[in-house]
Design a binder for this molecule. Structure first.
Ligand SMILES: *Cc1c(COP(=O)(O)O)cnc(C)c1O
Length: 423
């Protein structure tokens, strides 16, 4: 289980290490809150996909999970493809040294400017989510005298059995074209000028811990590909999106190899089809932790509050999805707080918590580690409550690289202007 068994963050004697560096020394050197990533863990997670998905198959890292330039750089050096959801993410990939022709562009609301930019730099393909978008891309490509390679995102209507906010494959979701409209959409795409239809794609949700929904969705997509072939529309690749889950608590998601082999087995009768995957979380979630310092311990009747310097603006997942993240003191051996504790942040919201009802040993000044913070952690951070966002560090063996400086207060209002009131 390559996606779970590698542990970049382990306790040796009483201290938590990130590869060969203690978490407490990182907190001392770079301050808190601090995101810490392991280069080896990211590479290992990437290799697990890549090794099972040789060309012409392709792995496109979903940039939105963690878009730090150094992480994109690391993956670009490994020859990764990229799945992006905005023009901004295309620009990041290029800035980090990624190849334009390795980019697939997903998202329901691509603007004219984003489509023009994508055509200008020459991305691999657009994953198109509606008929209106097809027409828009066709018109822009035609104007530019270019062919846009497109894939149509079809909603296979399978239940991913995950949190409702991250289930995307049901008909009730805003994503993709409903399966029953798919044939008509493809024949329209085939007739529109400026478009080259190459693929079918879907993305049924995130943090999936079972294979069945992926395989059910794939069966439906293959049936569609058969129907398209009967109409003379030849599809050369099938993009099954991302969504493979990771272990945050006691989930047992399938191993990367099992997940990919089960899908490849279905392609036995389709020698012309390349399989594309778009993993985000599975590449970076367990390759990152968030370090946060205890400011106060506040007792109350039923439970105690461990108040830390990281809040929901730094790490939104617990507040937004009631997500579980393991929280540990980076130095073991302190006495356990006798009551269950909530680990809460400084933000003025009751929903501002990182963990609830835990057993934890902690004192004022201690540094805690929030595990599984590499995906949708920094990427979803904000400046709510006029809080600067944390610094990010990548550890590589004994070395630690600062890959994002902590923001400074002045930067938070640099785009604001005092009004020139007349009286
Ligand atoms: C978010 C997203 C992904 C990545 O999902 P993970 O659960 O992080 O693997 C892949 N493809 C699309 C289209 C997405 O929106």
């Amino acid at each position: 289980m390559a996606n779970q068994s590698f542990q970049a963050f382990t306790f040796q004697a009483t201290h938590l290490y990130a590869e060969n560096v203690t978490a407490s020394s990182l907190a001392e050197r770079f301050g808190t809150p601090l995101y810490v990533y392991s280069r080896a863990a990211i590479e290992q997670n990437w290799d697990a996909f890549n090794q099972h998905l040789p060309a012409p198959h392709r792995t496109c890292y979903a940039v939105k999970a963690n878009s730090n330039l150094a992480i994109l750089q690391l993956l670009a050096l490994k020859g990764a493809g990229f799945d992006v959801v905005s023009g901004g993410e295309i620009a990041r990939v290029l800035k980090a040294g990624g190849r334009a022709d390795s980019i697939v562009f997903s998202g329901v609301a691509k603007s004219k400017a984003e489509i023009e930019y994508a055509l200008e730099v020459g991305i691999l393909q657009f994953n198109v989510e509606s008929l209106a978008e097809l027409e828009r891309i066709s018109a822009i490509a035609q104007q530019r005298k270019q062919q846009a390679r497109i894939s149509l995102r079809v909603n296979p209507d399978v239940d991913a059995r995950t949190h409702p906010y991250i289930a995307t494959g049901l008909e009730a979701n805003k994503f993709g074209i409903p399966m029953r409209d798919a044939l008509a959409a493809f024949s329209k795409a085939n007739q529109l000028p400026g478009l080259q239809v190459v693929g079918v794609d879907c993305h049924i949700g995130s943090q999936l811990t079972e294979l069945t929904p992926f395989l059910d969705a794939m069966d439906r997509m293959l049936r569609l590909i058969d129907e398209l072939a009967a109409q003379g529309i030849d599809i050369t690749h099938l993009d099954m999106g991302g969504g493979l889950g990771v272990q945050y608590e006691d989930e047992q998601p399938p191993a990367v190899g099992d997940y990919i082999q089960a899908m490849l087995a279905k392609l036995a009768d389709y020698p012309q089809l390349a399989l594309y995957l778009e993993p985000g979380r599975a590449i970076v979630a367990n390759a990152g932790i968030l370090l946060t310092r205890v400011e106060y311990i506040k007792a109350s009747q039923k439970k105690d509050f461990v108040i830390v310097d990281a809040g929901m603006n730094d790490m939104l997942r617990p507040s937004l999805y009631q997500a579980y993240h393991r929280v540990e003191n980076t130095v073991q051996g302190k006495p356990l707080i006798t009551k269950p504790v909530d680990v809460v942040g400084p933000v003025c919201e009751t929903g501002d918590f990182l963990a609830q009802g835990r057993a934890l040993a902690a004192e004022e000044g201690d540094v805690l580690a929030v595990f599984g913070a590499g995906a949708y952690g920094f990427a979803m951070s904000s400046n709510y409550n006029t809080r600067v966002r944390p610094a990010e560090v990548m550890v590589d063996g004994d070395a630690a690289y600062l890959i994002r400086e902590r923001e400074e207060l002045e930067q938070l209002w640099q785009h604001e202007r005092l009004a020139d009131f007349k009286c």
